[in-house]
Write a protein that binds this ligand. Sequence first.
Ligand SMILES: Cc1cc2nc3c(=O)[nH]c(=O)nc-3n(C[C@H](O)[C@H](O)[C@H](O)COP(=O)(O)OP(=O)(O)OC[C@H]3O[C@@H](n4cnc5c(N)ncnc54)[C@H](O)[C@@H]3O)c2cc1C
Length: 253
Amino acid sequence: MTGTVDPRKWCEGRVIELYTWADRLYSLRVEAEIEPFEAGQFGRLGLVIDGEFVGRPYSFVNAPDEKPLDFYFIEIPEGRLTPRLADLAPGDKVWVARKGAGLFTLSQVPEGRDLWLLATGTALGPFISMLKTSMPWERFERIVLVHGVRTRVELAYRETLQTFRRQYPDRFVSLACVTREASPGTLRARITSAIENGTLESEAGLSLCPEDSQVMICGNPSMVKETVELLTSRGFEENRRKQPGQITIERYW
Ligand SMILES: Cc1cc2nc3c(=O)[nH]c(=O)nc-3n(C[C@H](O)[C@H](O)[C@H](O)COP(=O)(O)OP(=O)(O)OC[C@H]3O[C@@H](n4cnc5c(N)ncnc54)[C@H](O)[C@@H]3O)c2cc1C
């Protein structure tokens, strides 16, 4: 590789697998010696493209103690980095930031009875990482994961979610909101509409209320914004360092 890469911040990783879930949707599995991180945090991937180093944040999907590193990404056809990531093959080199970063972690989330995890698209990743650790199961009675996608083929990591359901049949519910097609076992709705009309609560068998619920929201910025607006109209407050609340967010762009 050529180009300027700061070796104090980046190490060379080796691609183990590029798994294709659907058109433009991939999991990139990489072997790299990085520093310990917390579930929910993001790492960074980088490549030298036309002589210039291009690095972007990607949430870890693997648990902190799991190897290889697992990143779930969507290829943006006109994007700078992702078309190149989608071209990688086992054995190829990719730069990986030595340190994970970010505050979208359970240690930033105040106490609550139930935990609601709302994701669109590839933002499912950080929640998988968290659910693979013991912390959410030790701290919350019930956990509801909601994955919003356009079409059914985008429902990645279903088997992993199934293992959580098997392990915690009375404590874990995972719901899929598919907007562009009707599909058995999924809700045909946007996450916001399913909250607004009460479907999410009835499907989860649980009420979404500031007294009992902590909500983490990750992904598409307009979904994050609309969901925060909806929840604040119901008395929820954003969780800030100086003023704890019930909504913790991460935007992907
Ligand atoms: C904290 C954080 C964590 C992130 N984790 C992930 C992750 O786990 N998986 C992932 O796929 N992306 C993730 N992203 C987005 C990622 O960093 C890049 O922005 C994205 O991969 C596009 O890079 P690019 O160079 O190909 O496109 P660029 O040339 O940088 O174009 C960026 C544009 O692509 C679009 N875009 C960016 N991300 C997405 C997305 N996930 N879905 C749909 N459209 C998008 C937006 O319109 C954005 O303006 C994360 C971003 C942040 C800030």
